[in-house]
Design a binder for this molecule. Structure first.
Ligand code: NAD
Length: 670
C-alpha cells in the first residue's frame, strides 16, 4: 500500500494530515491483502515540518504520537520514502517506521530548538537509539539539517537512491514483509561520560540562555535510560510546556514575520525582472562583501572602483574569502574556482554594460553619489536596475538627478555583507513597483532576510538603533557606566552591548554625522556630548586603541578605562545631574521602551508598513536576541496600557526632545 501525504506546498503536518495518516494505517493494518506499506510525500518534499499555525493553539487530535504508535503497533512493516526535507514532526514520523529510504539530496533533522521547543514526538528518544547520545545532542541542540549521505553513514537512512523513489521504496518495503524493525526495540546506547560532557558543553556554548536546549539535553541524557514509553511521556510533557511558553511564542512570531515578505513574491500582481549579472561599484568594505554575497548566490559579478589600489584590495578580499573557505574545508576547491570564474574586476565603466543590476557602494557623500549615478546611467543598459547602498543619504535626492528615477531604489546591506542576513529594500517616491518585487527575489536568492522601507533618514534599522543608543547615552549621564550597560544588554541576549559596538565600528563615523547635523539640531533637546569628548581626545574605538574602553595591542575585548569614567562623571556634573544606581533590569527596560517608541514613530510616518518588520530588522541586523521576539512582540505582550504608562515615565526621564509616539499602530485593531 502506498500512503501519500499531499498538503502543498511543504506537506506540513497538520491535523488533517495526521488524521489521514492514522486512517490509512488502520486500513493497511486491517486489510489482509496488504503486506507492506510505503509513506511518501507528494510534490517536492516529504513532510518538511509541522503546521506552525497550530502551535499557538491547543493541538487537535490525533496528535503525532498517536499516529506514531499506530505505525509502531502495526504488525506489518511500514517504510518511509523521503525526498526534499523530512524535518521536525516529519522526521519523527519517519523514525516510527521500520526503515527509511531516501532520494539523494534529501535533508533530515530536528530543528525544533530553533523554535523554542524540543522534539515532542519521540525525536529525543528514538534518534539516540539510532545514532548515539553524543551525535544526538549535537544535532538536536543545533537543529542541524543532516544531508542524506551523512544520514546514510549514520544509519538514519537505510538506503539512498538516485531516482524513482517510489518504485525503489516499493521494492524495498517488500523486502521487509514479515519483519518489524522498530527503533523503540533497540537497546539504549552505551555512553562515554566524557564524550557526552564534551557534546553537552559544546551545545551549551550557544544555547546557555535557552531553557529548551537544556531540556533537550536532559531528555537525551537522563530520560533515555528510562523505559521508552516513560521517556516518551516525559518528552511530550516537556514539549507541551515549552510550546505554550513565551520563548516559543516569540520565535514563532519571528518566523512568521520573516516569512511574510516572501509571500509577496507568490502574488502575481508584479513579476520580478530577471537578474543574472550584477555590477558592484566601489570595492571597499561593503562593495567587496556585496560582491561575495552575490557570487555565492550564483550571480556573475563585476566589481568596479575608480582607484586601482582599492580595486586590487577589494578583489583580493574576494579571492581570499573563497581561499579560506576551501582551506577550512567549508567549500570544495572546484566549487570555489567555479564561483570565481564568474568574478571580474575593472576600472572601466564600459564593463558594466551587460549588468542587469548595478549596486553602488561608494563613499557616503551626495556629490560622489550623483557623479557615480551619472556614470552608471551613461554606461548601464537602459533597463538595468540601479541600487544605492547608502546608509543615510536621501535616495530620492540621488534619483532626482538621474534620467529615469523609476529604476532607482535602495539595497541597504549590513556589514559584513556576506554574513549579515538583513537587507533593507528601499522604496523611493518614483521607484517602479516591480523593482521592489525584483529586490525581494534577489534577497531570496542571496539567502537574505529582506524588509521594505520607505526612503527616510536611517531607513528602519539605523533609525531604531539611533534611538537605542541615545537612550543608553542618557543612562550614562544619569549614573550608569558603559561596561554596566553593555553587560546588562549582553546578559539579556544582545550579541554585543552598544558601547562595545561603537568602539568596534569606529566612533568617528557617528561623530562626523553629528557634526553635519549640528546646525539643524534643536538646541532645546537633550544632547549627550560624552562621545564627542572621547572623539576630541582621539579615541575612535578599537582602531585607535581606545574609545569607551581601552584596547591592548592585538586584543579584541576592551577593558574599563578610568579616563572614560572621569569624562562621564564630568558630563553629569556639568549638567547638574546627581548620578544614581541603575539595575540591569532598568537598563534593559529603558532600551526596549526607546526602541518600541521609535518603531511606533516609524509606523506612524509610514516608513514601515508592518511593525513586525522592525523585529525582523533588529534580530537579523542588530544582534537582538531572536528568542525574545523583538520590541514589537514585547510591546504586544506588555499590552497597550502598561506600555503607555511606561513610555510616559521614560519621556520624563529622557527630557526635552523625547516625543511619545502613538502606540496604537503597534497593536492589532480591537
Ligand atoms: P569604503 O570607503 O570602504 O569604500 C568605498 C569605495 O568606493 C572605495 O574603494 C572608493 O575607492 C570607491 N569609490 C569612491 N568614489 C568612487 C567613484 N566615483 N567611482 C568608483 N568608485 C569609487 O566605504 P564602505 O564602508 O564600503 O561604504 C560604502 C557605502 O556603503 C556608503 O554609502 C556607506 O554609507 C554604505 N554602508 C556602509 C556600511 C558599513 O558598515 N561600512 C554599512 C551599510 C552601508
Amino acid at each position: 500500500m502506498v500512503i501519500t501525504v499531499n498538503n502543498p506546498p511543504i506537506n506540513a503536518g497538520s491535523t488533517e494530515v495526521r488524521q489521514g495518516l492514522l486512517d490509512a494505517i488502520q486500513v493497511f493494518q486491517s486489510d489482509p491483502n496488504l503486506a507492506a506499506a510505503v509513506i511518501i510525500g507528494a510534490g517536492n518534499t516529504f513532510i518538511a515540518g509541522s503546521d506552525m499555525k497550530e502551535f499557538s493553539q491547543p493541538l487537535a487530535e490525533p496528535h503525532l504520537p498517536t499516529v506514531i504508535s499506530a505505525i509502531e503497533n502495526c504488525p506489518k512493516p511500514v517504510v518511509c520514502a523521503l525526498h526534499g526535507a523530512a524535518l521536525g514532526g516529519g522526521f519523527e514520523l519517519s523514525l516510527a517506521c521500520d526503515a527509511r529510504i531516501a532520494l539523494q539530496g534529501t535533508l533530515v533533522g530536528l530543528p525544533e530548538v530553533t523554535l523554542g521547543i524540543i522534539p515532542g514526538a519521540g525525536g529525543t528518544q528514538r534518534l539516540p537509539r539510532l545514532i548515539g547520545v553524543e551525535k544526538s545532542i549535537e544535532y538536536i541542540c543545533a537543529g542541524t539539517r543532516i544531508k542524506a549521505d551523512e544520514a546514510l553513514k549514520l544509519g538514519i537512512i537505510n538506503k539512498l537512491v538516485k531516482e524513482d523513489l517510489l518504485g525503489n521504496a516499493i521494492v524495498f518495503a517488500r523486502s521487509f514483509i514479515g519483519i518489524k524493525h522498530r527503533i523503540r526495540d533497540i537497546a539504549t546506547p552505551s555512553v562515554d561520560a566524557s564524550d557526552v560532557l564534551a557534546a553537552t558543553q559544546k551545545a551549551l556554548k550557544v544555547g546557555k540562555n535557552r531553557p529548551n536546549v537544556h531540556k533537550a539535553i536532559e531528555m537525551i541524557t537522563n530520560t533515555l535510560t528510562l523505559p521508552i514509553d516513560q521517556g516518551l511521556a516525559i518528552e511530550r510533557e516537556a514539549f507541551q510546556n515549552l510550546r505554550v511558553g513565551t520563548e516559543a511564542k516569540a520565535l514563532r512570531h519571528q518566523f512568521f514575520a520573516e516569512r511574510k515578505l516572501f509571500k509577496l513574491l507568490a502574488g502575481d500582481a508584479q513579476k520580478p525582472k530577471s537578474i543574472e549579472q550584477v555590477a558592484v561599484i566601489g570595492a571597499g568594505t561593503m562593495g567587496s562583501g556585496i560582491t561575495i554575497a552575490c557570487l555565492s548566490a550564483g550571480y556573475t559579478v563585476l566589481m568596479l572602483d575608480q582607484n586601482e589600489a582599492a580595486l586590487a584590495n577589494g578583489a583580493k578580499k574576494v579571492s581570499d574569502f573563497y581561499d579560506s573557505r576551501v582551506k577550512t574545508g567549508k567549500m570544495a576547491a572546484e566549487k570555489a574556482s567555479a564561483i570565481l570564474q564568474g568574478f571580474t574586476s575593472s576600472t572601466q565603466w564600459g564593463d558594466i554594460a551587460t549588468a542587469d543590476l548595478v549596486i553602488e557602494a561608494v563613499f557616503e557623500e551626495m556629490e560622489v553619489k550623483h557623479a557615480v549615478f551619472q556614470k552608471i546611467e551613461e554606461y548601464a543598459k537602459p533597463d538595468a536596475l540601479l541600487a544605492s547602498n547608502t546608509s543615510y543619504l536621501d535616495i530620492d535626492v540621488i534619483a532626482a538627478k538621474t534620467k529615469n528615477p523609476s529604476r532607482i531604489f535602495g539595497l541597504h546591506f549590513f556589514s559584513p555583507a556576506q554574513v549579515m542576513k538583513l537587507l533593507e529594500i528601499v522604496r523611493c517616491k518614483l521607484t517602479a513597483p516591480n523593482m521592489i518585487i525584483t529586490g525581494l527575489q534577489f534577497a531570496k536568492r542571496l539567502g537574505k532576510t529582506p524588509v521594505i522601507s520607505a526612503n527616510a533618514f536611517g531607513f528602519i534599522g539605523n533609525r531604531i538603533y539611533a534611538a537605542y543608543r541615545r537612550q543608553c547615552e542618557f543612562m550614562l549621564e544619569e549614573g550608569a557606566y558603559p561596561e554596566q550597560i553593555d553587560k546588562a544588554l549582553e546578559e539579556y541576549g544582545f550579541a554585543m552591548g552598544p558601547f562595545a559596538v561603537g568602539d568596534l565600528s569606529g566612533l568617528d563615523i557617528a561623530w562626523a554625522m553629528r557634526k553635519n547635523q549640528a546646525s539643524t539640531r534643536n538646541p532645546e533637546h537633550r544632547y549627550v556630548n560624552i562621545a564627542d569628548t572621547l572623539c576630541l581626545a582621539g579615541r575612535f574605538g578599537r582602531k585607535t586603541g581606545s574609545g569607551y574602553y581601552q584596547y591592548a595591542e592585538g586584543v579584541k575585548s576592551g577593558v574599563v578605562d578610568p579616563f572614560v569614567k572621569q569624562v562621564i562623571d564630568e558630563a553629569s556634573a556639568a549638567k547638574g545631574i546627581s548620578r544614581r544606581e541603575f539595575s540591569s533590569e532598568e537598563i534593559v527596560n529603558r532600551v526596549l521602551l526607546a526602541m518600541i517608541n521609535e518603531i511606533a514613530h516609524l509606523a506612524s510616518e509610514k516608513v514601515v508598513s508592518d511593525v513586525t518588520d522592525c523585529d525582523v530588522v533588529l534580530v537579523n541586523g542588530y544582534g537582538f536576541p531572536r528568542w525574545r521576539g523583538g520590541p514589537v512582540f514585547i510591546a504586544q505582550e506588555m499590552g497597550r496600557d502598561k506600555l503607555n504608562l511606561e513610555l510616559r515615565d521614560l519621556a520624563e526621564r529622557s527630557g526635552p526632545g523625547f516625543v511619545i509616539a502613538n502606540t496604537d499602530v503597534l497593536f492589532h485593531p480591537d
